[in-house]
Design a protein around this ligand. Sequence first.
Ligand SMILES: *Cc1c(COP(=O)(O)O)cnc(C)c1O
Length: 429
Amino acid sequence: MDIFDYSGNTLFCEKVKIEDIVSEVGTPAYIYSKSAILARYRELKTAFQDVDTLICFSVKSNSNLSLCKVLAEEGSGFDVVSGGELFRAIKAGGDPSKIVFAGVGKTDKEITYALENDIFMFNVESLAELEHINVLAQESGKVPRIALRINPDIDAKTHAKTTTGKKENKFGIDFTEAERIIKQSALYQNVALCGLHVHLGSPIYTVDPYVRALKKVVKFVNNCRDAGLDIEFMNIGGGYCISYSGEKVIGPKEYALKILPLVKEMQCNLILEPGRFIVGNSGILVTRVIYTKETVHGKKFIICDAAMNDLIRPALYDAFHRIWPVNTAIRMPKVENSDKSPLKTGMDLVDIVGPVCESSDVFAANRALPRVKEGDLLAIFSAGAYGFSMSSSYNSRPRPCEVLVEGDRYCIIRKRETYEDLVRGENFT
Ligand SMILES: *Cc1c(COP(=O)(O)O)cnc(C)c1O
């Protein structure tokens, strides 16, 4: 997190003071570091360089055009899950021949749009979808590459709402069904069935679920080859973890060490779909304290101008984000996880909440925080992934602006929404 670091009691992003940015752009504001994004991308690329690897940035983790452009210029491909994300990836300069398309509910319109743009590969999640693609491909005279998304029935030991590879999840095709599809692959003359895909969920803090899933897949790849079908591409999805607490977590090298031997055994080219790993710790959400409030029961609330509509992860997944004042003489602890943080002098135990009319609009409960007052700025760390991209205008709150920092410069890469933006497209009957 050293890209976002304190110097002289004030928080910087790269070489720019956070308070200088927000004095111009206002709050709440998402602030991203370009060099952090590139460093993470390159770290992953280097770790997996032993095999032919295509990195497809997961657009849903952060779909801002300028941010995607940074990655496109670095040579990244994109993982999209809707026609809208495909539109964004292309508009950002993404090379269609490096775009993979997942999702259980691709409509004919979305499939046609992807065919028109000659994307690299469809990650197919059901027999019905395969049949639709086969028909639409014939109509368009194209032969798209297909990877079957396998549901390997592996528990990735992450939050129930972010687990995707268990048999009760809606994602992917189980091995029995996949086997059947392979056997009758001659029926699908208009597609090139040449890949397999697994995405287990997110974030995954050990390499073990990947290893267990891949071991199952290795066998399947061999079965496919015995059936005369060459599997050239193995896509192992995303889910690579980041540290939300400052604790050390495993990184690309550790993942690669265990994953690469299995991919080599399969003799496949590799596709990765990282989202959170690249952008999660590359962005923060800055918010201003509107009020402080203490109840007669002694409970202290810090009410800030960001809310669950801007960053929904705490409300949706009970996710932990570090929060610290932008200006403070008290150093942020190196590691901080939820309720165990020490309460030093000058600090209060507080609930940090937003103005939205929901009891779940809480960023942190019982959190030790240096004492703050009205008008002070707070930084919510590790907010670059699934932050703005999951935001809404619930409570008719205009969504925040987004800012990209590069060295000692910054620019607004998405304007703050206005009241007029909120009602755009609405008509009186
Ligand atoms: C969400 C998603 C990803 C990205 O997951 P991260 O945890 O952000 O790396 C990759 N692949 C698929 C299919 C996804 O749905």
